[in-house]
Design a protein around this ligand. Structure first.
Ligand SMILES: *Cc1c(COP(=O)(O)O)cnc(C)c1O
Ligand SMILES: [Zn+2]
Length: 414
């Protein structure tokens, strides 16, 4: 059983008992997104890498002792996590690095890494006997919560801005979630969701507000380490919007380092869209999370569009602590990266996820990544999530008559 020692605020360093605080730091407010810390000495005595090796369970629950759940509580039945990790030789050559891997988290049940967070939140709700979980989101987080909720028959309530894309809303409705179309912005929907959760006793999954989303997402770092036999890459690239995923990746490696299972934490490179680069700018200027001000975010990669990243404190720390970097990529590069990554690796990513390929190119060109280093690209979402954008990134097919002659002619004129 994971013994949560305390919740700790990365900004003011205050510590809280997990029973005393459910969401963000009471003194810092929303910017103070809390860390969940364990008694690592006790965990070392309970679990080691050899014990893991013999576990057959191929999902994030193989790391159960390292998750904030009681030993006998039930978890959702969908297989979240233990997604494939591929070595990609042509990608390494193309980037000009020693070795490259892709971790395909688009293979999760609802098509994105967000399933890891939602699976844990749903498990915690089950444990606490809470029957309704709610979140504000326009995209993958909501789909993940709707899908994981459906797998256990839980009541899921989603707040989305009324202007959210139809296709994203469809996935929520298919899973049977109650979808509230708020006639205002995402920020307003976010606050409304939280207020309803407090007044109705629903559990609030809002990204970064709930400290346990990171605890679910951290399992991707555990898998990267285990799948590479505990020899972690020099660099891990992660696309960043609110900063909760990069915070989770950092937390996962941090846990493993505390346990003595890895020798170092990889450098983390956060990739942002140029039109939504609040963290890149803060990092370049040496601003703290508390000093950051909202920007008007605009990018084709909707999953990484964030004017004031919700998990900014932990997202900045992840890069500072690992001597990593933030890089920015243009929308044109993001769209072009969809087929580039797919053709080099066979992995089809949604725009926000393909951005890591564009980011890797930038990082190599600017010597943030050296040619003798090994890099892992974390693919956070499946390309089928945004087929429209994918279509814009490629030429159309060859139209032919059903004759050999017509086919040959078309191939000649390619
Ligand atoms: C949510 C998401 C991201 C960004 O995660 P943040 O925690 O907001 O930084 C990146 N890619 C995909 C596919 C996502 O769904
Ligand atoms: Zn604080």
């Amino acid at each position: 059983m994971a013994v949560i020692l305390e919740l700790r605020c990365p900004l003011c360093d205050r510590r809280f008992s997990p029973d005393a605080v459910a969401y963000t730091c009471p003194s810092c407010g929303e910017v103070g997104t809390l860390d969940v810390l364990y008694d690592y000495e006790q965990l070392k005595a309970q679990l080691d890498r050899d014990a893991l090796r013999n576990r057959r369970m191929q999902s994030m629950w193989r790391y159960r002792e390292l998750l904030p759940l009681l030993p006998d509580s039930s978890v959702p039945p969908l297989d979240v996590g233990m997604t494939p990790l591929y070595e990609a030789k042509r990608l390494a050559e193309n980037l000009g690095v020693r070795q490259a891997w892709v971790k395909d988290d688009g293979q999760n049940p609802t098509g994105s890494l967000k399933d890891r967070a939602s699976a844990l939140i749903v498990a915690r709700a089950l444990e606490q006997g809470i029957s309704t979980v709610s979140t504000a989101s326009t995209g993958n987080a909501a789909a993940a919560l709707a899908g994981l909720g459906a797998s256990v028959g839980m009541n899921i309530i989603i707040f989305v801005p009324a202007a959210a894309p139809e296709a994203k809303i469809a996935q929520l409705l298919v899973y049977g979630a109650t979808v509230l179309l708020v006639e205002d912005t995402y920020d307003v929907a976010f606050d409304l969701c939280y207020q309803m959760c407090v007044s109705e006793g629903w559990y609030c999954r809002n990204t970064a507000m709930n400290p346990y989303t990171t605890e679910g997402k951290k399992t991707v770092a555990y898998e990267i380490a285990e799948q590479l036999d505990w020899q972690v890459p020099d660099v891990v690239l992660v696309s960043v919007g609110d900063g909760n995923i990069i915070a989770g990746v950092y937390k996962g490696f941090y846990d493993l380092y505390q346990l003595g299972w890895i020798e170092r934490i990889p450098r983390l490179i956060g990739v942002q869209a140029d039109g939504s680069a609040a963290l890149l700018h803060a990092w370049q200027r040496g601003l703290s999370a508390a000093e950051m001000r909202p920007i008007d975010a605009q990018t084709v990669a909707d999953s990484i569009s964030a004017g004031l990243p919700r998990d900014r404190a932990k997202a900045l720390r992840a890069v500072w602590e690992t001597q990593g970097a933030y890089v920015g990529v243009s929308d044109t590069e993001i769209v072009a990266a969809i087929p580039q990554l797919a053709r080099l690796t066979g992995v089809f990513a949604e725009p926000a996820a393909s951005a890591v390929y564009a980011g890797a190119r930038h990082a190599v060109l600017s010597n943030v990544i050296e040619s003798n280093e090994s890099v892992l690209l974390l693919v956070t979402g499946n390309g089928l999530k945004d087929v429209k954008r994918a279509q814009q990134s490629v030429a159309s097919g060859l139209r032919v008559q059903p004759t050999l002659e017509s086919v040959r002619l078309a191939l000649q004129n390619m």
